[in-house]
Design a protein around this ligand. Structure first.
Ligand code: ATP
Ligand code: MG
Length: 552
C-alpha cells in the first residue's frame, strides 16, 4: 500500500466528518509552545496536522501557544517557523499567537464569573494541593468558593489591574471538587504573574492556563479537529466544558493520538534544554540533537523525516520506535538522491611511477541516476588512499591494495603495488605502484583482474577538510528513564578529524548538500562552518547499520 494511502484512525474520522457534513472544510493547527526548539516528536505532529490538511484540501494554522512568558523567547519563535517551513509545510494565513486573544479570554473569564461559574480563590499553593484530594479521595470545596459574582468580578478586575503579588490569588472554574477526573476539580483559569511577555510586553499581569486557553484558541480560529497527544485525553471533558459554557463562535473537536518516541533519543524540551545549558552539546542545533534543526544540520533530508513520520503510522497506544527505522529512511533517501564523491579520511600516499601528466577523468555523479550528470576528477602521479586500504601482505579476504597485487582506483585505473617506504616507527609511509595501461573502464588485457575497488584523491589537487564523525548521543535505549540523563551521554559521540582529503570539486559544495563519500558514508557540508577555504563535512549516516556490531 502506498504510504499516501495508508489509513489511520484520524484520517477515517475526518473522512466521516466531511462525508456526514459535520464540517465543510478541515481546519487543523500545530500549536507549539515557544519554549524550546522542535524535535522529532514535533515533526510527527507537524506531518499529522499539515499532512491531513493537505490531503483533505483544508487548512492548517501555525499558532504559538504562548501563555507562559517566562520560558518563552523570540529565538524559539523564529526557529519553529524555520523548522516547519524547512520540513516542507506552509501554514494558512499569518502566524498566530494565543497572546493575541488575551483580551477575549479575559472577557470570557468575566462571563464565567457573572454566570457563577468561576471564582477568585486565595488558597496558597500548598493549601490548594491539600484541598484538591487525590486519585482515590475526592477534594474539598475551597472556603472562597461561594464568593458572589459581584465580589469575584471586583477581585478579578483588581487582579487584571495588577493589584496583587504573584501567587496571591487565582481565578478558578467552579465545576466539581468530587469529580473522579482531577482536571475538573475547580481548575485554575488565571494566575497573577508580573512577567514581561515577548508579544504583549507588560500589558498583562495575569496569564491564562493552558486549559483555559487552548480550546478557546481553537474556537476563535475555527479549528475543526484539534489533534493532540494522549496526555490531553483526561483534559477533554474540561475542553468541552468551556465550549459548553462560553459564547464561542465555533465548536472544535479534540482528538488524541499517541506521541512518537524513538529509542536512544529524548523528546522532552526540558531535557534537551538541559543538554544545551550544560554544554553537553554545542547548541539546540548540534547535529547529535534530535531537534529538527539538529537533524537538518546532520544532513537528514526533510523528505526522509516526513516519510518516516508517515511510515510509523498514527495510533492510540504508546510505543517506542527503533531509531534505526529513522536512520534507514534517511539512508534509503540518500542512496537514491545523494551524488557520489571521494574523501580519504586517513591518507597514505601512493606514487604512481609510470604516470607523467595529470589527467582529468570524467566520473558519474550517481551510479544509477544519469540525470545527476558527471564531474571532472583530476588524476595525477601521486594519489592519496586510506591507510586501511593498503597492506604489505594479506590473505585473500582482503580485497584492497597489497604488495604485488592489483586493485582498481574508483572511476580510474587498475594499479599494482611494487614497494613501500617506512618511517622510523616502522609504519608504511609511501607506496610505489604502477597503473596498468588501458584499464580506464576496461579489465587488464593480461587477464589478471583487480581484487577490489578503493577510493582515492589526487595528492596535488586534493584539499584538506575537517570531518565530524557522529555517533548516538546516548548509550542506553531509553535515556529519559535514567535519573541523570547526563550520565548516559555517549562520551564518544563526536570525533573530529582534520587530516582528511577531499576531491577538489567538493570545495564548492553548497551549504547543506549531502554526498555519499564512496565506501565511507553520507556526509553533509556543514550549514554554518563549511566554506571553500575551510571545508567542513558532518557524517549524516553510515552506509550500513553497524550500531552494536563489532567492527571486523
Ligand atoms: P515537550 O514535552 O517536548 O515539551 P510539548 O508537548 O510540551 O513537548 P508543545 O510545544 O506543546 O510541546 O507541542 C506542540 C505540539 O506537538 C502539541 O500538539 C504536542 O502534542 C505535539 N507533540 C509534542 N511532542 C510530541 C511527540 N513526541 N509526538 C507527537 N506529537 C508531539
Ligand atoms: Mg505542551
Amino acid at each position: 500500500m502506498s504510504s499516501e494511502l495508508r489509513s489511520n484512525f484520524l484520517r477515517s474520522q475526518i473522512q466521516a466528518d466531511l462525508k456526514q457534513g459535520n464540517v465543510n472544510e478541515l481546519v487543523t493547527r500545530f500549536p507549539p509552545e515557544p519554549n524550546g526548539y522542535l524535535h522529532i516528536g514535533h515533526a510527527k505532529s507537524i506531518t499529522v496536522n499539515f499532512g491531513l490538511a493537505e490531503q483533505f484540501g483544508g487548512r492548517c494554522h501555525l499558532r504559538f501557544d504562548d501563555t507562559n512568558p517566562e520560558k518563552e523567547s523570540q529565538e524559539y519563535i523564529d526557529s519553529i517557523q524555520e523548522d516547519v517551513q524547512w520540513l516542507g509545510f506552509r501554514w494558512s494565513g499569518d502566524v498566530r499567537y494565543a497572546s493575541s486573544y488575551f483580551q477575549q479570554f479575559y472577557e470570557w473569564a468575566l462571563h464565567l464569573i457573572d454566570a457563577g461559574l468561576a471564582y477568585v480563590c486565595d488558597l496558597t499553593v500548598e493549601e490548594a494541593r491539600d484541598y484538591r484530594g487525590s486519585l482515590t479521595e475526592p477534594g474539598r470545596n475551597s472556603p472562597y468558593r461561594e464568593r458572589s459574582p459581584v465580589e469575584n468580578r471586583d477581585l478579578f478586575e483588581q487582579m487584571r489591574a495588577g493589584a496583587f503579588e504573584d501567587g496571591a490569588r487565582v481565578l478558578r472554574a467552579k465545576i466539581d471538587m468530587a469529580s473522579p477526573n482531577i482536571n475538573l476539580r475547580d481548575p485554575i483559569l488565571y494566575r497573577v504573574r508580573h512577567a514581561h511577555h515577548h508579544q504583549t510586553g507588560d500589558a498583562w499581569p495575569i496569564y491564562p492556563t493552558y486549559d483555559f486557553a487552548h480550546g478557546q484558541e481553537d474556537a476563535i480560529e475555527g479549528i475543526t479537529h484539534s489533534i493532540c497527544t494522549l496526555e490531553f485525553e483526561d483534559h477533554r471533558p474540561l475542553y468541552e466544558w468551556f465550549l459548553d459554557k462560553l459564547p464561542v463562535p465555533h465548536r472544535p473537536r479534540q482528538i488524541e493520538f499517541a506521541r512518537l518516541n524513538t529509542s536512544y533519543t529524548v523528546t522532552s524540551k526540558r531535557i534537551l534544554k538541559q543538554l544545551v545549558d550544560s554544554g553537553t552539546v554545542a547548541g539546540w542545533d548540534d547535529p547529535r540533537m534530535p531537534t529538527i534543526a539538529g537533524l537538518r544540520r546532520r544532513g537528514y533530508p526533510a523528505a526522509a523525516i516526513r516519510h518516516f513520520c508517515e511510515e510509523v503510522g498514527t495510533s492510540r497506544s504508546d510505543s517506542v520506535v527503533d531509531v534505526a527505522m529513522l536512520e534507514s529512511a534517511v539512508r534509503d533517501h540518500l542512496n537514491h538522491h545523494a551524488p557520489r564523491a571521494m574523501c580519504v579520511m586517513d591518507p597514505l600516499k601512493v606514487v604512481l611511477t609510470n604516470v607523467e601528466a595529470e589527467e582529468q577523468l570524467t566520473l558519474a555523479n550517481h551510479p544509477s541516476d544519469a540525470s545527476q550528470g558527471t564531474r571532472l576528477v583530476p588524476f595525477s602521479s601521486e594519489v592519496w588512499i586510506d591507510k586501511e586500504d593498503f597492506r604489505e601482505e594479506a590473505n585473500k579476504k582482503y580485497k584492497r591494495l597489497v604488495l604485488g597485487k592489483r586493485v582498481r582506483l574508483r572511476g580510474a585505473y587498475v594499479i599494482e603495488a611494487d614497494s613501500c617506504d617506512h618511517n622510523e616507527r616502522g609504519e608504511v609511509e609511501c607506496v610505489y605502484a604502477r597503473i596498468i595501461p588501458k584499464t580506464l573502464g576496461e579489465d587488464p588485457e593480461d587477464g589478471v583482474k583487480p581484487k577490489g575497488v578503493i577510493h582515492w584523491v589526487s595528492a596535488p589537487a586534493g584539499v584538506k577538510a575537517t570531518i565530524r564523525h557522529y555517533d548516538r548521543l546516548f548509550t542506553v535505549p531509553n535515556p529519559a528513564k535514567s535519573d541523570d540523563v547526563l550520565s548516559v551521554v555517549n562520551a564518544a559521540s563526536l570525533r573530529e578529524i582534520h587530516s582528511a582529503v577531499i576531491e577538489p570539486a567538493l570545495v564548492n559544495a553548497a551549504s547543506e548538500a549531502v554526498f555519499q563519500f564512496e565506501r565511507e558514508g553520507y556526509f553533509v557540508a556543514d550549514r554554518y562552518d563549511h566554506s571553500a577555504a575551510r571545508p567542513v563535512f558532518n557524517l549524516t549516516i553510515g552506509l550500513r547499520d553497524v550500531w552494536g556490531q563489532q567492527g571486523d
